[in-house]
Design a protein around this ligand. Sequence first.
Ligand SMILES: CSC[C@@H](O)[C@@H](O)C(=O)COP(=O)(O)O
Ligand SMILES: [Zn+2]
Length: 205
Amino acid sequence: MTPIPAAIAEALIAAGHRLDARGWVPATAGNFSMRLGPDRIAVTRSGYHKGFLKPESLMVVDLAGQPENPALRPSAETGLHCGVYRRFPGTGAVLHGHSIANTVLSRAAGPSLTLAGYELLKAFPGLPTHDASAEIPVVDNDQDIARMQAGLEARWDGMGASPPPGYLIRGHGSYIWAADMPGALARFEALEFMLECELATRRSA
Ligand SMILES: CSC[C@@H](O)[C@@H](O)C(=O)COP(=O)(O)O
Ligand SMILES: [Zn+2]
């Protein structure tokens, strides 16, 4: 069995506190993971409140989503985490949350949502200035996670070498990743900030 180092467990638990404090993981929504090695990740177990995670709320799966301990049930969306680690090998942490802004805006969006002119775009890779735009893919929600992941692969295939490090699931939430947990949190918060700005702009229109 692959141990989950204390620093990894602490980072995942702290991420839960942070996102819960912002109202981005209501009820038992959201799931998080961090890379443990080339073919192993620590992921949140299914059905736990992410604001109250403990080391026992975490478990180890391989990049096909198979648990090392078959008695434990990983996040229902483990396949989406594994899909990111497989496709983008530099990924060290993946965060998923359900916010009001990402839920409302993804419901209204087409196949992508464009964010332009925000200083916080600089939190995303390859955007050194606010004078830029990011096209965040929006995929339809699906309880068949393997099918949703296949759709994402097709989207990424059509997006060149460096798709944005995140996407929205319609009416559901966001997935964001980075090389480490501080980076993933920064990108998550930047995306949420810009989505809240978009929502405020539409409300005042
Ligand atoms: C509270 S329902 C939300 C779930 O269906 C799911 O979308 C989610 O984010 C959490 O699922 P989980 O299996 O606990 O990782
Ligand atoms: Zn979810």
